[in-house]
Ligand binder design. Structure first.
Ligand SMILES: Nc1ncnc2c1ncn2[C@@H]1O[C@H](COP(=O)(O)OP(=O)(O)OP(=O)(O)O)[C@@H](O)[C@H]1O
Ligand SMILES: [Mg+2]
Length: 397
């Protein structure tokens, strides 16, 4: 072993120009193919910059995983701040992710201590709010609070943040909100009081293959040295990510494929790098969720995936799903369990976020509103593929 081989690696060539530009927290200068949503959000917030007086604007942004909800909000926030500065208006834009800040109280406390240098210890939520509102008035400042993954807060907590400034009288509110939520989860938390406060709801659609080609071409330019990645390889990645319509999916593959090229001391990213990189990138699901399921839960997921992968079917019923579960059991050599056991498997899949249960329409050409089972964001074909792999592994043991 040569003594300086670690230094050779550390100082050696890389396919990356800026690897960090592919990290999740990186906000690019541009968001190609999201011009429409960005314009709409900016238009919604224009009164805050152009009109005198104080009022609140509350906007919801929904959409499936990786379609740019967080990126669009952060992007607009940055430009709202710049525009406000030009107008001599003080606006603070602050984003809270409810994974980290799980309650209204923790958000309010953080707001005061981190952004207004006020110690909030020992005060009630109402007192904190009072202090905040007074401070905003004194400084003649507006606040835009973005609540990301807001479903984790629930509608009551969201409402109380929206209500916060209204307590001090209509026309005196200085706190606006952007509420970000995946679409299925938004439906679950949306109720009449909440929807009464939302001025606009922006539904962001998934990305098509062509849109992903544009986005990934741009992101690759930021991340890689010239000549490292060809158009064909970018198209290949876009093709894969178009299955989930998720930009994060594509960006993660770019990052992993680049790392693989570096490990192999290649100066270019090749198709094999991409094939290997795509394995295990399932950006909408916590990676270990499926690994923790038992055989019958997996067979339940398999049956559901097969039922729901047919075009135009958005949801199924428990009876219908049970039939598909029975077929899956037969095929894999398991004895199908009773309906009541099956209901438990379905409940479990629901609680870990793989599927959703709700009451609503069943999809194209299928009448009636019934208790229905649907997939949370994860495409049925991807679920089927993954479940089959895990079942295989279980049965080899
Ligand atoms: N139009 C775009 N141009 C460039 N990069 C994009 C674009 N849309 C999304 N991205 C990038 O894709 C990744 C996913 O986007 P983002 O985090 O905004 O998705 P999201 O809709 O908030 O997803 P989730 O529901 O999982 O939170 C981010 O790295 C973001 O920078
Ligand atoms: Mg997000």
């Amino acid at each position: 072993m040569e003594e300086d081989f670690v230094e050779k690696i550390l100082l050696g060539a890389s396919v990356f120009r800026d690897e960090r530009s592919l990290f999740p927290e990186f906000l690019p200068q541009k968001l190609p193919r999201r011009e429409e949503e960005i314009s709409r959000l900016a238009t919604d917030f224009r009164p805050l910059i152009q009109k005198k007086g104080s009022f609140a604007i509350n906007i919801a942004i929904t959409g499936t995983a990786g379609v740019g909800k967080t990126a669009v909000a952060r992007y607009c926030g940055k430009h709202i701040k710049n525009a406000a500065k030009k107008k001599g208006i003080a606006i603070k834009f602050i984003l809270y992710n409810a994974h980290t800040f799980r309650t209204k109280t923790s958000i309010l406390r953080n707001l005061l201590t981190d952004h207004f240098n006020v110690t909030a210890r020992g005060f009630s939520d109402e007192e904190i709010l009072g202090m905040l509102v007074k401070r905003l008035e004194k400084d003649d400042m507006r606040l835009i609070i973005t609540l990301d993954e807001a479903n984790l807060l629930g509608s009551d907590e969201i409402l109380s943040i929206i209500h916060a400034s209204e307590v001090f009288g209509i026309g005196r509110s200085r706190i606006s909100t952007i509420i970000i939520c995946r679409r299925t989860e938004w439906r679950a938390i949306l109720n009449a009081p909440l929807s009464g406060h939302i001025h606009d709801q922006i539904n962001i659609p998934g990305y098509t293959r062509d849109e992903l080609v544009d986005i990934l071409t741009y992101r690759a330019q930021l991340a890689f040295n010239p000549g490292v990645i060809s158009e064909e390889i970018i198209e290949m990645v876009a093709e894969i990510a178009s299955q989930t319509q998720n930009a994060r999916h594509g960006i993660e593959i770019l990052l992993r494929a680049g790392k693989m090229a570096d490990y192999e001391h290649n100066s270019e990213i090749n198709a094999e790098n991409v094939r290997r990189a795509k394995v295990g990138v399932y950006p909408e699901l916590r990676p270990d969720v499926l690994d923790d399921l038992n055989d019958h839960e997996l067979l339940t997921a398999l049956g559901l995936a097969r039922r729901l992968k047919h075009h135009g079917i958005t949801a199924t019923t428990i009876n219908e799903a049970y039939k598909y579960y029975q077929i899956a059991c037969e095929e894999k050599g398991f004895k199908a369990q009773s309906m009541s056991a099956f209901r438990k498997y379905v409940s479990h899949l629901d609680s870990v976020g793989i599927i959703g249960k709700a009451v609503g329409p069943l999809g194209r050409g299928r009448r009636g509103r019934r208790a229905r089972i649907t997939l949370y964001d994860l495409p049925a074909t991807v679920l089927e593929e993954r479940v089959l792999k895990i079942l295989e592994l279980h049965n080899k043991k």
